[in-house]
Design a protein around this ligand. Structure first.
Ligand code: PMP
Length: 406
């Protein structure tokens, strides 16, 4: 049974007040709060297993290495990676995408080649490709969306050609909530001979991911969006492909031998992990994945979907001039909206004084917002610990502040 009261007990931060009001945290697409097991994993690592990994013969170093490599297997397993050698720890989704853009660019991209992204991408899945295209003389092409905020699949098919070297797509949009038909997108891209990177930042906390079944060449995600710590994330890449790529950053860990004449590189995944890894973050990341797995991703998704549905219906019914960005058939727990001419910043600021944390702005997706005729939008995003009562408090607060802003 989904025992929401017991679940909330596991998140100490949720019981605090802000401005004397109970906190209603609806900014989960930006980052999620952390359960006790994650906080305890961090403390445990520093109090009983802290030593630099991979290099030490002494006891603590070996324990730390064991924990770090067990965490790698856990993270790989969570996204259905066939082996852990394709699982590279990064600082997050952003670094993972930059790694692929740099290394694939160096190895495979020639002038005249094309990279395909969609209009709904986060800046993290746009700018690395712009940098790569500028470096390599390639061209960035953009798949448009339908008015509902779904990928225009006809346009996608038409844009794929023998010039397309790589397709980079969000699995779930951080603004629209749209769940993209990524398996179909991968299949079509592969038919055209292109590689595919999926940005899973918004997907991993809400749907079970199976990179092998999806057939993705690369899959990027961040721990902090799935109840894990900040500062760590992962890139899954097909090992045979990663083997072909040049290294990203140079330094310790990523080498086999170093000499003035010739330096050779370590095996996967270490070739892409220069420097001391976040071995504390990795164990806390694994603890977060154990937590969501124990609750069940299907149960979490059903819970969030119910909250999204409830909030969407109330917004439509109670605010005549409200609008929603993203009405895809399949949506994650994200509600981007506006009310009349009210500026989202004003709305967010007044809601905050009533304890309601939502996000306002361009949500790192300026091209998307502009394509929909907006500069900024308000966004409420739901997580496994949010309740129907919190949605009620959110609407109570909206009814208080909206008349003040009209
Ligand atoms: N892609 C998407 C869809 C996101 O929502 C985010 C985070 N807002 C990112 C990429 C970047 O993730 P991070 O900042 O953890 O690297």
């Amino acid at each position: 049974m989904y025992d929401i009261a017991a679940i909330r007990q596991e998140f100490p931060i949720l019981s605090q007040e802000v401005y004397g009001k109970p906190l209603v945290y609806l900014d989960n697409a930006a980052t999620t709060q952390k359960p006790r097991c994650v906080l305890e994993a961090i403390e445990r690592a520093y109090t009983s297993a802290n030593a630099n990994v991979h290099r030490g013969v002494h006891y603590l170093s070996q324990i730390a290495t064991e924990h770090h490599e067990a965490a790698r297997r856990r993270v790989a397993d969570f996204v259905g990676a066939p082996s852990a050698e394709g699982l590279i720890f990064t600082r997050g989704t952003t670094e993972a995408i930059n790694l692929v853009a740099y290394c694939v660019g160096e190895r495979y991209i020639q002038p005249g080649d094309e990279i395909l992204v969609s209009t709904m991408e986060h800046h993290a899945n746009i700018v690395p490709w712009q940098l790569m295209c500028a470096r390599r003389g390639a061209e960035l092409r953009v798949v448009p969306l339908t008015p509902e905020g779904e990928l225009d699949m006809e346009a996608y098919r038409a844009l794929l050609s023998e010039r397309t070297r790589l397709v980079a797509l969000a699995h779930v949009s951080n603004v629209l909530g749209t769940v993209n038909p990524v398996a179909e997108c991968v299949r079509l891209a592969h038919e055209a001979g292109a590689l595919v990177l999926l940005d899973g930042a918004q997907a991993v906390a809400h749907t079970s991911v199976d990179v092998a079944a999806l057939g993705a060449d690369f899959y990027a995600f961040s721990a902090h969006k799935v109840y894990g710590p900040t500062g760590i994330g992962a890139l899954y890449g097909r090992p045979e492909l990663l083997d072909e790529l040049p290294p990203y950053m140079g330094g310790g860990e990523m080498i086999e031998r170093v000499s003035w004449e010739r330096t050779t590189y370590n095996v996967l995944p270490f070739k892409f992990e220069a420097g001391t890894p976040d071995y504390v973050g990795s164990t806390a990341f694994a603890a977060a994945l154990d937590f969501v797995t124990a609750l069940g991703l299907d149960e979490i998704a059903a819970h969030e979907e119910e909250l999204l549905h409830y909030a969407t219906e109330r917004l439509r019914a109670e605010f005549d001039d409200s609008y929603i960005l993203g009405t895809a058939r399949e949506k994650g727990g994200i509600l981007s909206f506006g009310i009349g001419q009210i500026h989202p910043f004003d709305l967010g600021t007044l809601l905050d004084r009533l304890g309601i944390a939502i996000r306002t702005g361009h949500h790192c997706a300026e091209p998307l917002l502009r394509s929909m005729g907006h500069e900024a939008v308000a966004r409420a995003s739901f997580a496994l610990y949010n309740t129907r009562e919190e949605v009620d408090r959110f609407f109570e607060a909206l009814h208080r502040v909206v008349p003040m802003l009209r």
